[in-house]
Design a protein around this ligand. Structure first.
Ligand SMILES: Nc1ncnc2c1ncn2[C@@H]1O[C@H](COP(=O)(O)OP(=O)(O)OP(=O)(O)O)[C@@H](O)[C@H]1O
Length: 591
């Protein structure tokens, strides 16, 4: 899919079809038992409620004319009992179904989360996070009722309709035909609006998603917004998006409202017709007033399930627009995954080779072309070069965050596309530019990649990267709780924690992408000593704009023009007086 942003509706790659319905059934089937119990309770409740018109007919035609007071009290008590029983059964059923609904959305949501964890970087590159979040949170909520109560109610309402039809036909066939005469009109209207109604609800889901994307983006970027005093302008954008959502919703509701309006009117028309035909056209001996009364009651009862079914249909159409998006996410291919029969990458020494590697994030736009180089185990490699040249891309490819467009990357001679991702990534320590801190304690954050690490190991790692001192200065030391993104910590402190996290995992291959950019020069010098120890015996790729930090690397690769323009030690490159020399000299002058 093309890249998407907050003000662009997402294309629907696979509209709802029978395949999606079968997928939904998988979740529904898991709740078979409670759903059957709820269904049976509803059947009993409906049957009990249905006996009321029969009682009414008997009372009007027999009990009242006979003036049998005792019998009247008895029938009244029975009528009351039918109401109490239906209410109790309906309450129990409602409790069961609430739990079923929650179980279904729990299952869908956990499947979504599991899948999202496996989706490659590319998936996240291509769309705003808010559009992903809304699927897991809001959309799943919105389908819960349709997938639980909706299914049962649909069957029940159908059965209810059949029961009522049977009862009313048993009482009077001619009046029953009048009652059902409105059905073809109703179905015709439904068919007429079906496609437009569906599109209208798809638009609602898109506008909702756009608004959410912008909200999420605005919250993440609130600092920049306030720095540049963009509040008013952003408010305008949000108001427009919220207005689009409101408009789409109101438009879709018009279709939904049309259906009950039609049903109500048809029900009133057929009830009037029963009175007119029953009282004026039919023989009173043949059709008693009790029969007319019972038939008018059946007319209302017959059209009630139709109204309920059409409301269910409305909810279904609404839910489909969410289900489409949910299943689209679940069906999103995990393009970076283990190939069939992928081998475990054995514990590696750390030789890394790029063999004619070509790669681009977007089709037809290569960032790297025919790149080949070899790195021996234990070597430290610095990647330097202008912004946007492709340094991060090189290290992202070693960890196989993206699939190559062409060529191969080998680690200890193993093609990384043929080994399991887990065995590959577990031997790498990657510290990205953005040292993400998760909510929890500092200890949890350092332990993130090695849950079995002891406290002593954690402290040792922190000491090595000079993080121990500042951590102990917090009142609660390692147990200090930090917020998501580490807002309690300075940028440098975040980098140090993330450093400790990477080192604790004891990787054979270390990747440090601008890992020390926010650390002050004094701490960096201290850190360098620890780092030198740690880099010993490990292959390392270090990206840094501050060239003083990579001077001592075994080899420096200058990335430019979709490849490596220069490669050598600091002294060699300085002697060559080329690109690296110019960059280094420029930095020295600035300093
Ligand atoms: N996720 C992405 N999707 C599309 N293009 C990308 C993506 N990430 C990077 N690029 C593009 O690829 C090129 C190389 O980016 P890369 O991040 O590798 O550069 P870099 O050398 O690490 O830059 P810097 O020094 O600024 O970190 C850039 O032109 C950039 O626009």
């Amino acid at each position: 899919m093309a890249r998407n942003k907050f003000d662009v509706d997402e294309n629907l790659e696979s509209p709802f079809d029978i395949k999606h319905f079968r997928r939904a059934m998988v979740y529904i089937k898991r709740q078979k038992k409670p759903m059957i119990v709820a269904f049976l309770l509803s059947m009993i409740s409906a049957a009990v409620a249905l006996s009321a018109p029969l009682i009414l007919q008997h009372v009007v035609d027999v009990t009242i004319p006979e003036k049998a007071v005792g019998a009247l009290v008895g029938w009244s008590a029975l009528m009351l009992a039918t109401i109490v029983i239906s209410v109790v059964l309906a309450t129990i059923r409602s409790r069961i179904m609430t739990s079923v609904g929650q179980d279904i959305i729990f299952d869908i949501r956990t499947d979504l989360f599991k899948h999202l964890q496996e989706l490659p970087f590319k998936y996240y590159d291509d769309r705003p996070q808010g559009k992903i979040l809304i699927r897991v949170v809001n959309y799943v909520n919105s389908v819960s009722d349709v997938l639980s109560n909706g299914i049962i109610n649909f069957i029940l309402e159908l059965l209810n309709l059949i029961f009522i039809a049977a009862f009313m036909f048993a009482v009077d066939v001619r009046l029953s035909l009048i009652i059902i005469a409105g059905l073809p009109v109703f179905l015709g209207i439904m068919l007429l609006i079906k496609t437009r109604q569906r599109r209208a609800w798809q638009a609602v889901s898109n506008k909702n998603s756009n608004m959410n994307a912008y909200l999420q983006e605005s919250i993440s970027g609130i600092g920049v917004t306030q720095i540049f005093s963009r509040e008013q302008r952003n408010e305008g954008i949000f108001t427009r998006l919220a207005g689009n959502y409101r408009g789409a919703w109101m438009h879709a509701l018009r279709y939904n409202a049309l259906i009950p309006f039609t049903v109500d009117n048809l029900a009133t028309i057929v009830t009037t017709m029963i009175y007119l035909v029953g009282l004026l056209a039919l023989d009173p001996k043949d059709v008693t007033f009790g029969v007319i009364l019972a038939m008018s009651s059946y007319a209302a009862r017959f059209w009630q399930p139709i109204l309920n079914l059409s409301n269910l249909y409305n909810s279904f159409i609404n839910a489909v627009s969410y289900l489409e998006r949910i299943f689209e996410t679940l069906d999103e291919p995990v393009t970076v995954s283990d190939i069939p029969g992928a081998k475990e990458l054995p514990p590696v020494q750390g030789d890394v080779a790029f063999d004619d590697v070509t790669f681009g994030y977007d089709e037809g736009v290569n960032v790297l072309e025919n790149l080949s180089f070899e790195v021996k185990a234990g070597e430290s490699i610095a990647l330097v070069g202008p912004t946007g040249a492709g340094k991060t891309t090189v290290v992202n490819l070693i960890s196989r965050f993206y699939n190559l467009t062409g060529g191969k990357i080998l680690i200890d001679g193993h093609d990384i596309s043929e080994v399991t991702l887990k065995s590959l990534r577990s031997q790498m320590g990657i510290m990205l530019q953005d040292s993400f801190i998760f909510s929890g304690s500092i200890l949890d954050n350092i332990r993130y990649g090695r849950l079995d690490a002891t406290e002593a190991e954690i402290v040792a790692a922190a000491k090595t990267v000079c993080a121990d001192e500042f951590i102990r200065e917090f009142d609660e030391g390692y147990m200090t709780e930090v917020n998501e993104r580490g807002s309690k910590l300075s940028q440098g402190q975040r980098q140090l924690i993330s450093f400790a996290r990477t080192l604790l995992a004891d990787p054979r291959i270390l990747i440090l992408d601008e890992a020390t950019s926010s650390i002050d020069a004094k701490t960096e010098r201290l850190l360098q000593q620890g780092l030198n120890e740690l880099l010993k015996g490990r292959t390392s790729f270090i990206i840094a704009h501050r060239l003083s930090t990579v001077k001592n690397c075994d080899r420096i690769m200058y990335v430019s023009d979709k490849g490596i323009a220069e490669c050598g030690s600091h002294d060699e490159l300085m002697a060559r007086r080329g690109l690296y020399y110019r960059l280094y000299s420029a930095q020295k002058m600035e300093a």
